[in-house]
Design a binder for this molecule. Structure first.
Ligand code: PLP
Length: 467
């Protein structure tokens, strides 16, 4: 730690030998006079290498402003919880606590509540999955399941295949475990099978070890697209042939607007697919309840990894979800969400069509997100400060690529604001794009070296509620 430590603090902070106990150590830990509140980090040299992959995005500060009420946020992926029957939920929780409080507030099993695991089978049956409750691990949101799967499969330098673009929260996990992310082209029908095959062959020829394919097949975050029924068996077959596990992440699958859910990839292979589900989008994210359905041997490792991380998922949250599933009409609630989000999707797509002829975008038939491509020459991250000044926020596309591409892309969410706010947000956004186009005409294309933020490499978290 010595040299750079002193470079940081200079002579004002005399070096004290690092003795692992007693007063000397306390002295060493005491910041120098006048440096209270300093943001310099004395532990810079001590962090594990894997923290190099953990970076907060420079746009976080902007989003602090964007959460003001006068800003229309098309950025966040937050479910519209006002649509929940809160009185019913409150009564359900109260009843659960009154009758089972001692269990709900106690430690529970590392694998998760057996009753809830049985109920999860019913939820997954809606997507054609038939499984055994013993192969389910309940997790703290599906985000923890992503972490556990990555933890048990990835050594530094191993490759994870992922759609281009991909969910930023997953990219963050992969970076934290020092995986190399290889993006695979996707189009309006999801992952492109021949692009997947080519990518695998190329990586293998380069001597890379590919561990799994990460895919969000339904109502993709951020792309808004769905993997077609025709492509599902092709993707699973390609992965099987190459000995690559499929990690099927499906938090939005039941939120389709116009049709019944497609059969999950897990229905095509019990041994080759780890399926992740969540109650965050169909019930409430604050409870942090998700799950992994895994082949038996993988499931055992997931439970051990989860126990070492959190001992057990929250019994209180699990029993709340379980009571909700048992006593409330959860399927009717999903229908309420679907209709609400469909109306909001319509408001967004119609106003984009009316106000932004210069751009193109995807047409989601479920979920929360539209993926927009700006006209040539514009940069979504560079444009964001102007957008926030104009009181509209979005997430720039670069957040969803591990390789710094996506600067012409924007993720727009329609899940949270009501239709009038969405229309107003798109109107403001279209004004910003128009103004940027005028700048472009006057000054020529955007120059990344000229001080405004340009494409950056590596995964950057905008903020948890924006992922
Ligand atoms: C694709 C995807 N996977 C996983 C998650 C994590 O969800 P949770 O941990 O709330 O279940 C999200 C959250 O937005 C998501 O969009």
């Amino acid at each position: 730690m010595g040299d750079s430590y002193h470079a940081l603090y200079g002579t004002a902070y005399p070096m004290v030998p690092l003795i692992p106990c007693g007063r000397e150590r306390r002295l060493f830990m005491t910041p120098p006079q006048g440096q209270h509140g300093s943001r310099l980090d004395p532990w810079t040299q001590s962090y594990a290498q894997r923290t190099a992959g953990m970076t907060a995005s420079e746009i976080r500060a902007l989003f602090a402003v964007a959460s003001r009420p006068e800003v229309v946020s098309l950025a966040g992926g937050m479910p519209y919880l006002s649509a929940l029957p809160m009185d019913t939920v409150a009564a359900t929780v109260a009843q659960m606590l009154a009758t089972q409080g001692l269990t709900a507030l106690q430690y529970g099993s590392g694998q998760g509540d057996p009753t809830l695991r049985e109920q999860i089978l019913e939820v997954m049956a809606l997507e054609g999955i038939s499984a055994h409750a013993d192969d389910i691990v309940v997790t703290t949101g599906s985000q923890q399941a992503l972490d556990l799967v990555t933890r048990i499969f990835i050594d530094p330098g191993d490759v994870v295949l992922a759609e281009a673009p991909s969910y930023v929260g997953a990219l963050g996990v992969f970076a934290a475990y020092q995986a190399e992310v290889a993006h695979v082209a996707s189009d309006d029908d999801g992952l492109v099978p021949h692009a997947l095959e080519e990518r695998i062959l190329g990586l293998k020829a380069a001597g890379k070890r590919i561990k799994f394919l990460y895919s969000v097949p339904n109502f993709h975050n951020p792309a808004g697209t769905t993997l077609s029924v025709q492509r599902r068996p092709q993707i699973v077959e390609i992965c099987q042939r190459h000995g690559i596990l499929v990690l099927e992440d499906n938090p939005y699958g039941l939120l389709g607007f116009d049709r019944e859910p497609y059969a999950a990839m897990r229905t095509l292979s019990e041994e080759g697919v780890v399926y992740l589900g969540s109650f965050s989008k169909t019930f409430a994210p604050g409870l942090r309840v998700g799950w992994a359905l895994a082949p038996h041997a993988v499931r055992e490792k997931l439970v051990l990894a989860s126990e070492s991380a959190i001992l057990c998922p929250s019994a209180y949250s699990q029993m709340t979800v379980s009571a909700y599933l048992a006593t409330c009409d959860w399927k009717a609630q999903i229908k309420v969400y679907r209709e609400l989000y469909r109306e909001r999707r319509d408001a967004m797509i119609e106003s984009l069509g009316a106000m932004l002829p210069q751009a193109s975008w995807t047409h989601p038939d479920g979920g929360f997100y539209v993926w927009l491509t700006l006209p040539e020459g514009l940069n979504a991250k560079a444009m964001l400060p102007r957008a926030v000044t104009e009181r509209v926020a979005y997430v720039p596309g670069t957040a969803f690529f591990a390789d710094g591409t996506g600067h012409r892309n924007v993720r727009l969410s329609y899940c949270y604001p009501d239709p009038d706010r969405i229309r107003e947000g798109v109107r403001r956004f279209a004004g910003v794009v128009q103004a940027e186009l005028e700048l472009l005409e006057t000054f020529g294309p955007y120059d990344a070296s000229a001080g405004r933020p340009g494409p950056s490499r590596g995964v950057q978290f905008p903020a948890p509620d924006l992922s």
